[in-house]
Design a protein around this ligand. Structure first.
Ligand SMILES: *[C@@H]1O[C@H](CO)[C@@H](O)[C@H](O)[C@H]1NC(C)=O
Ligand SMILES: *[C@@H]1O[C@H](CO)[C@@H](O)[C@H](O)[C@H]1NC(C)=O
Ligand SMILES: *[C@@H]1O[C@H](CO)[C@@H](O)[C@H](O)[C@H]1NC(C)=O
Ligand SMILES: *[C@@H]1O[C@H](CO)[C@@H](O)[C@H](O)[C@H]1NC(C)=O
Ligand SMILES: *[C@@H]1O[C@H](CO)[C@@H](O)[C@H](O)[C@H]1NC(C)=O
Ligand SMILES: *[C@@H]1O[C@H](CO)[C@@H](O)[C@H](O)[C@H]1NC(C)=O
Ligand SMILES: *[C@@H]1O[C@H](CO)[C@@H](O)[C@H](O)[C@H]1NC(C)=O
Length: 542
């Protein structure tokens, strides 16, 4: 495979990526509320693998049906799960919302389950079968407080709720309605959805109870009911995605012509990448894979092993003041070793034995690679009570601290930005053409590009990385990554190739050039998404 062609193609295709994104609706992946069970898991050794396999199974079902239930384990160690996307999400958007849900819900650990309501989907797990529950003590209503509405809006909202509920009962529990507010140009929009595991009468009971409670939010312009068996929302904003189910149907595909300005920037980058890649030597060949067991032994005996107490002392017992950041897989602290060396310590959420697979995956991958554009792993604490990874400390933090901040952004001149782009490409090419095992990072984004004193880029966070032998064209894994950076075809069919990193890199490239963040999950307004901004700019040139 020709890497240069691939990157050049990627840059040229930014336009078509923008139009592909335009096809996707809004996954509404904002978390509304999460409640955890109050009981601890029964047996840790069994719980975590059960929970992970549960989420994998549901993941497949969500991509196919937008709904799924699964059970893993048995007796007191059983894990029951249910997840559902609300009916207006397409099967392209649904995995986005679920990807967020499955990264949030594990925060309930070590409790034995919990439920999380997002604006576009729902997920719950417990150690018993809860599939026919529809009311419960955690049921709640969230009222928006943006504005008060008059009596006409209130009447329309009530009417829309009853229309939506009526249509839902003949439609697998999903209903929507929009009712114009007389005397204004406003409309009341309502979406209701109950879990597909419920029968009609349970669904009806949930709707009755939830709608009565939710409508008490009036005269506020916005209300949501988060119930054991159903979700509903009314709003003066049109939040409902048009035409669900196949994703391609979402109206306008923006036609793009790459503008003169961005072409010049893009051209400069292509030339640079081309020159760089030509200069690069070709290294090759593959070898077999390592397994966790072997690595535990190797690590314990090697100088990579840090004593837990040393690391604990270095970070001031994981003092909040030393916290550098929080990722999906752990919290990062700054520390100083007795010899004065500064370190960054990543404390993984799970106890080492239970997340052994992920932990050793990261150690294995990162200790087998060494490159000036990859963050260096100094070692780990593998036998203590927690899993800790110890990295070199990089004083300039991560790229997102600069490019998205108007004042700090000024420090990053075009020369520096250019060097950062080239550095990131070098690191990525090294990973993708790794002589032992090809490595896909899976989570390339601004906050994972760290900067040293001289603003040289170093790729960090290999928790999601997967390596596989060169002769396989792709591997199928659970979807993981960050919203807004994940390649659409990876989300759609879960097949991982190095092109997923190339897509994320493309998004990053746009962010570095524009200084705007492309993270749809945080944007309330879709037009802020930089991919949309690019298509907008390009449409000006039509
Ligand atoms: C969820 O709602 C409960 C009850 O209102 C509240 O105590 C809790 O803080 C909320 N959690 C989140 C994550 O919003
Ligand atoms: C947890 O389950 C494992 C595997 O069945 C078993 O070996 C272990 O003794 C159990 N631990 C406890 C505390 O019951
Ligand atoms: C669920 O877990 C709790 C705490 O570990 C345990 O007491 C309870 O019996 C379990 N429930 C079932 C149905 O196994
Ligand atoms: C619906 O499910 C509930 C809860 O499982 C059950 O009590 C009820 O009898 C069911 N109703 C019908 C009509 O099947
Ligand atoms: C809505 O409530 C939040 C949290 O209580 C508050 O910060 C915000 O200012 C309120 N907005 C309005 C318009 O009242
Ligand atoms: C109609 O809607 C626009 C915004 O969409 C608003 O600015 C305008 O005031 C509205 N007009 C009336 C009569 O409500
Ligand atoms: C909703 O459920 C609660 C108990 O779960 C009950 O007290 C209340 O009367 C119900 N309200 C309606 C409108 O059905």
């Amino acid at each position: 495979m020709n890497r240069r062609a691939q990157y050049a193609f990627m840059v040229l295709m930014i336009g078509s990526i923008a139009s592909f994104q335009g096809v996707v609706g809004d996954a509404r992946a904002q978390v509304l509320n999460m409640t955890c069970s109050s009981q601890n898991e029964n047996n840790r050794t069994l719980f975590v693998p059960n929970f992970i396999s549960l989420m994998e199974t549901i993941s497949d079902l969500m991509r196919q049906f937008g709904f799924g239930t699964a059970v893993s384990g048995s007796g007191p160690d059983a894990n029951y799960g249910l997840a559902q996307c609300y009916g207006d999400l397409s099967l392209l958007d649904c995995p986005l919302c679920y990807a967020e849900a499955r990264t949030v819900l594990p925060q309930c650990y070590p409790y034995n389950g919990g439920r999380v309501f997002l604006d576009g989907c729902f997920m719950r797990s417990a150690n018993y079968s809860f599939y026919d529950e529809y009311l419960g003590p955690t049921d709640m209503v969230l009222c928006g407080n943006a504005s008060h509405k008059g009596s006409n809006f209130q009447a329309s909202a009530r009417q829309a709720v009853s229309h939506a509920v009526a249509s839902a009962l003949g439609n697998r529990g999903y209903g929507k309605a929009s009712v114009a507010v007389s005397g204004t140009n406003e409309t009341a929009h309502v979406l209701v959805d109950c879990w597909r595991s419920l029968n009609q009468s349970s669904c009806q009971a949930c709707f009755d109870n939830a709608s009565a409670a939710m409508l008490r939010c009036l005269p506020w312009s916005e209300g949501r009911a988060l119930y054991t068996g159903c979700f509903m929302r009314y709003s003066n904003i049109d939040f409902i995605n048009k035409e669900p189910s196949n994703g391609i149907s979402r109206g306008t595909i923006i036609i793009i012509v790459i503008s003169a300005v961005s072409s010049l920037v893009v051209l400069a980058v292509i030339v640079a990448i081309g020159v760089y890649i030509r200069k690069r030597r070709y290294i090759q060949k593959k070898r077999g894979s390592n397994d966790a067991e072997k690595w535990v032994k190797v690590l314990r005996d090697s100088n990579l092993n840090f004593k837990y107490s040393t690391v604990e002392k270095a970070t001031g017992s994981f003092n909040e003041a030393n916290k550098l950041g929080q990722g999906g897989f752990g919290t990062v602290y700054k520390g100083a070793l007795p010899d004065g060396r500064e370190i960054a310590v990543k404390r993984l959420f799970y106890n080492n034995r239970h997340r052994a697979a992920d932990f050793y995956n990261e150690v294995n991958i990162i200790s087998s690679v060494e490159h000036k554009n990859l963050v260096r792993l100094l070692g780990c604490s593998c036998s203590g009570p927690e899993s800790l990874l110890i990295y070199e400390f990089l004083p300039n933090k991560s790229l997102d601290h600069f490019i998205f901040d108007p004042s700090r952004g000024k420090e990053l001149t075009w020369e520096k930005r250019y060097q950062i782009i080239i550095g990131t490409v070098e690191g990525l090419v090294y990973l993708h053409e790794n002589p032992t095992n090809k490595i896909i990072h899976r989570d390339i984004k601004a906050s994972n590009i760290l900067l040293d004193l001289k603003f040289r880029a170093k790729i960090a966070d290999f928790g999601l990385a997967r390596s596989f032998e060169e002769d396989k064209s792709h591997i199928s894994t659970a979807i993981a990554g960050t919203l807004g950076y994940m390649a659409p075809e990876y989300l759609a069919n879960g097949q991982l190739t190095d092109k997923a990193d190339v897509y994320s890199f493309g998004v990053l490239l746009l962010e570095i050039i524009t200084g705007k963040q492309n993270n749809r999950s945080k944007d309330t307004d879709y037009s802020d998404s930089i991919i949309a901004v690019v298509s907008f700019r390009q449409s000006l040139f039509l």
